[in-house]
Write a protein that binds this ligand. Structure first.
Ligand SMILES: [Zn+2]
Length: 414
C-alpha cells in the first residue's frame, strides 16, 4: 500500500504527465475510418481502426492515442485530496479490432512507477479474452524515452481483449461474490452503510452457529481500502471460500472462531478504476484519525462497537504492496508478536515490518491506517502480498488465503 516514494518521483520528475484528476480519457485516435467510399471494390482496404475503451467497471487509463497498431498512453494519475500524494499504477482497458494484429502499447512517464519503471521482467501485465481467464503478456521492454516508456506487444487471440496491470477484481465481481457468500448457511450478510456514491459496504459473519458463541474468538478482516490492490482481494476471498468449502480442516475454524469480514471498504474507488482513492479522491487509509471519509467512518464505528462487544481478538487489514523496493510478501505487525512466525510458517509472508504506536509518530500512524490500533488496542496485522511476482496466478493467491486461515486457526489453538 505504500508507493509514496515512487509516486512522488513521478510528480517531481514528470509533471508533464499529470492529467486532470479522473478525467475521462481523451482518445486522440484518427477517427476518419469511414471515408473510404469504394471499400467494396478495394481489395487492399485497411482493416477497421484499432479502438480502445475504459468505460466499464474498474476501467482505467490516462490519455491515449492510437496510430496504426500502436497505442500510446499514460497511466491515470490521481492526486489525493487528503495527503497530496500522487498515485498511478492501476490500468485496465479493452481493445477493439485486435484480432489478427500485433498490438503494441507504449506507456509513457513510468519512471519511478513500481509496476512499469522497475524490474519489468517481473511486472508482466495480464490480458483476458473472456473476462475471467487471464494470461501474461510476456513480450515487454522499458526504455528511458518520454520519462520512462514501458512497451508491451502481443498478438491477441480475440478481437476485444481486456488488458490490466494485474488480475482485476472489479467492484461488481467482488460485490456479487459477497452477496452470494452471504447466502451460505454458515454465513450472514449485513449492510454496514453506503459509500459516498451510494454503494453498499458489507460485512460477512461466518461461524458454526450450532456452537455457542460464548468462548469463541473473533477475527475481523478488512479488505480493499485501496481500490487497485486486487491481490489482497483474491487472498481474502480465498480465505473465506476455504472456510465455507466443507473441507475437514475448516471445521475447527468455524467451531472456535467468529469471522467478521468487510471485503470492500472502498467500492467507489474500485468501480471507478482508481489506483487507491475513494470517489472523493481521499486515501481512506489516511482518514482513520479523522471523520472525512464516510466509508472509514462507517467501518470505524462498527469496529469500535465490536471492540466493546464481543471484543476483537485479531484484526487483519488486507492490502497488497506496490513498492518496488519490496519484492516479497510482508506484514506490518507489532514487534514481538507471536502470530507472525506462525503465519510465516504457513504462507509466503516472509518479512515482518514493525507497526503500531511504538513504531510511528501520530501522523505516520494515521497515514498507515495504524490509527486503528489506537482505538482497538488489539493485535492488528496489515497484510501486503506483492503483486509484482510473475509466478502468481489467481489460484495461487486464493491458496495463500486458505493458508492464512489455517495459520490463524493454528495460532489460536496454540
Ligand atoms: Zn494499500
Amino acid at each position: 500500500m505504500h508507493v509514496l516514494v515512487n509516486a512522488l518521483l513521478i510528480l517531481a520528475c514528470h509533471p508533464q504527465v499529470a492529467v486532470p484528476v479522473d478525467s475521462e480519457p481523451t482518445p486522440e485516435a484518427d477517427t476518419d475510418t469511414d471515408t473510404d467510399t469504394d471499400a467494396d471494390t478495394d481489395a487492399d482496404a485497411e482493416p477497421p481502426a484499432l479502438t480502445l475503451r475504459t468505460d466499464f467497471d474498474s476501467g482505467s487509463l490516462g490519455p491515449w492515442s492510437i496510430r496504426g497498431d500502436t497505442v500510446t498512453a499514460s497511466l491515470n494519475t490521481v492526486t489525493m485530496a487528503n495527503t497530496g500524494d500522487v498515485y498511478a499504477y492501476w490500468m485496465f482497458f479493452e481493445l477493439g479490432g485486435a484480432l489478427g494484429r500485433e498490438v503494441a502499447v507504449e506507456l509513457r512517464g513510468v519512471d519511478g512507477n513500481p509496476f512499469f519503471g522497475e524490474h519489468p521482467e517481473e511486472n508482466q501485465v495480464v490480458y483476458s479474452c473472456d473476462g475471467s481467464t487471464w494470461e501474461r503478456v510476456t513480450d515487454h521492454s522499458t526504455s528511458p524515452l518520454a520519462g520512462g516508456t514501458h512497451r508491451f506487444s502481443h498478438s491477441y487471440p480475440c478481437d476485444r481483449p481486456r488488458i490490466a496491470t494485474f488480475f482485476p477484481f472489479p467492484y461488481e465481481q467482488l460485490d456479487s461474490w459477497t452477496r452470494t457468500t452471504g447466502k451460505n448457511p454458515l454465513a450472514s450478510l449485513r449492510i454496514l452503510g453506503q459509500s459516498a456514491q451510494g454503494r453498499d459496504i458489507h460485512e460477512l459473519t461466518i461461524t458454526n452457529s450450532d456452537v455457542p458463541d460464548g468462548g469463541k474468538r473473533t477475527v475481523f478482516i478488512l479488505g480493499r481500502q485501496h481500490a487497485g490492490e486486487t491481490a489482497g482481494s483474491y487472498e481474502l476471498t480465498g480465505l473465506v471460500d476455504f472456510l465455507l468449502s466443507g473441507q475437514p480442516e475448516a471445521q475447527p475454524l468455524l467451531d472456535d472462531l467468529i469471522w467478521r469480514v468487510v471485503p470492500m471498504l472502498n467500492p467507489d474507488g474500485a468501480a471507478l478504476g482508481h489506483s487507491r482513492a475513494t470517489s472523493l479522491l481521499r486515501d481512506p487509509n489516511a482518514d482513520w484519525a479523522n471523520d472525512s471519509s464516510v466509508e472509514v467512518n462507517i467501518v470505524r464505528a462498527h469496529l469500535e462497537a465490536l471492540a466493546l462487544e464481543p471484543g476483537l481478538d485479531m484484526v487483519l487489514d488486507w492490502h497488497n504492496q506496490v513498492n518496488d523496493e519490496r519484492w516479497y510478501d510482508y506484514v506490518y505487525s507489532p514487534s514481538g508478536n507471536t502470530f507472525f512466525p506462525v503465519l510465516s510458517g504457513w504462507t509466503s509472508f516472509d518479512e515482518q515490518l514493525a507497526s503500531g504506536p511504538s513504531s510511528c509518530t501520530a501522523s505516520d500512524c494515521s497515514f498507515r491506517g495504524w490509527a486503528m490500533t489506537h482505538v482497538l488496542d488489539d493485535p492488528m496485522f496489515v497484510l501486503e502480498p506483492s503483486p509484482h511476482q510473475v509466478h502468481w496466478t489467481i489460484a495461487s493467491l486464493q491458496e495463500q488465503g486458505r493458508l492464512t486461515a489455517q495459520a490463524i486457526g493454528g495460532w489460536f489453538q496454540r
